[in-house]
Design a protein. Structure first.
Length: 385
């Protein structure tokens, strides 16, 4: 599709990107003095998708976002939108919209004036501004609040104004910089749904930066998990959770039990591991492993099942604690010498008594991940991530 061409769709009368724009991050590296913040990252963001850059503080995700926006010039590599390099363009000529963590609204301007600001700055004819602003205010459900100042709005309403202001200038790409962090839990979920809805209606390409895995897993079409300046895995939220590509990803995404053991067989049906403190688990090998190799099995709490009687292959443990969490119960078990295992099951009947012996098995439909033990690992058998 040629630059500037738009297919019909989206909100009536509003700018519509039926297929969005592609963003190609090509071998980007950035150094701050001797520290490498982004390390040879290559990533293709597809047209019309939400890509989440997810990782702990200091992993390089914010630096990468600032490079895309043009606030930081990368040490090497290139950023392309729709196949064309934007490296030499200043931020104001990249046609990229940014929703900041703190909204960055003009406090002395009304909702209408904030939404219209970008259009006026770009010299949009006055005859076009009014109608477009009205339609965007309607799209973000702020009709009737046009003349309010930011201080008269809730946090969620301010976030909607920030979104409408970005959409008003018809950006090729929208960057979302920790956009939900200032909101309370319930409002955060509402805004995640709202952003997903608007992105779908406008067909926008969006890149979300967050350290909150729930945000990334709920909003994004794909998730790029970053660690120490590199992307460790990029896939759909379901694939990242169910098939983590590395030990880091398995621990950073969700909660997992890390059980150490030794490989007793490996083949097309999986890797069979005999655990150090008893029990046998069959999982999917994420790394090449040989019989006899030391490995770590990553088992999600919901992949485990509690049994009241022993049987071959089950993991012996002692029940320590039960925490009812709505429709589910989280169990903490002691396994081996003081190591803990967490199990999640549907809450049915009376809670189990602390101190009782229990046995654990892997659900028949669950496939834990098996990783080669890093030579420098200090993980203990049964640790929780």
């Amino acid at each position: 599709m040629a630059d500037g061409q738009r297919l019909e769709g989206g909100i009536a009368g509003a700018p519509a990107h039926a297929v969005g724009s592609t963003v190609d991050i090509d071998a980007v590296t950035h150094r701050y003095a001797t520290m490498v913040a982004v390390d040879n990252v290559s990533l293709m963001v597809r047209a019309g998708e939400i890509m989440a850059l997810l990782g702990p503080s200091g992993c390089g995700k914010t630096t990468l976002l600032r490079i895309i926006a043009g606030f930081v010039r990368q040490t090497s590599g290139s950023i392309l939108i729709n196949g064309r390099s934007i490296d030499d363009r200043p931020p104001n000529l990249r046609n990229i919209g940014i929703v900041f963590q703190n909204y960055a609204l003009f406090p002395h301007m009304s909702v209408r004036e904030n939404v219209a600001y970008g259009l006026k700055a770009r010299g949009t004819p006055r005859s076009e501004i009014g109608g477009r602003v009205d339609r965007l205010i309607e799209a973000v459900h702020l009709t009737g609040m046009e003349e309010r100042l930011p201080r008269q709005l809730s946090g969620g309403q301010q976030q909607r104004v920030a979104l409408a202001r970005v959409l008003a200038v018809d950006p090729s790409v929208v960057l979302l910089d920790e956009p939900f962090s200032a909101l309370d839990k319930n409002l955060r979920l509402d805004m995640q749904i709202e952003i997903k809805r608007l992105q779908r209606e406008f067909g926008l390409t969006a890149i979300l930066v967050t350290h909150d895995q729930d945000e990334a897993m709920g909003v994004a079409d794909r998730v790029a998990v970053m660690n120490k300046g590199k992307i460790e895995q990029c896939d759909t939220p379901v694939e990242v959770y169910d098939r983590p590509a590395s030990l880091f990803v398995s621990g950073f995404i969700g909660t997992t039990n890390r059980l150490e053991g030794r490989v007793v067989s490996a083949g097309p049906d999986g890797v069979k591991v005999e655990l150090d403190h008893g029990g046998v688990v069959i999982g999917r090998g994420q790394d090449p492993v040989a019989v006899g190799a030391r490995v770590i099995v990553s088992v999600r709490p919901e992949q485990l099942v509690l049994h009241s009687e022993p049987a071959d292959g089950l993991i012996a443990a002692r029940h320590r604690l039960a925490m009812p969490m709505g429709s589910q119960t989280i169990h903490e078990l002691e396994h081996g010498r003081g190591n803990t295992i967490k199990v999640v099951e549907q809450r049915v009947g009376a809670p189990r008594q602390a101190g009782n012996a229990v046995w654990l098995g892997v659900r028949p439909d669950a496939v834990p991940s098996v990783f080669a033990t890093p030579s420098s690992t200090s993980s203990s058998q049964g640790s929780i991530s």
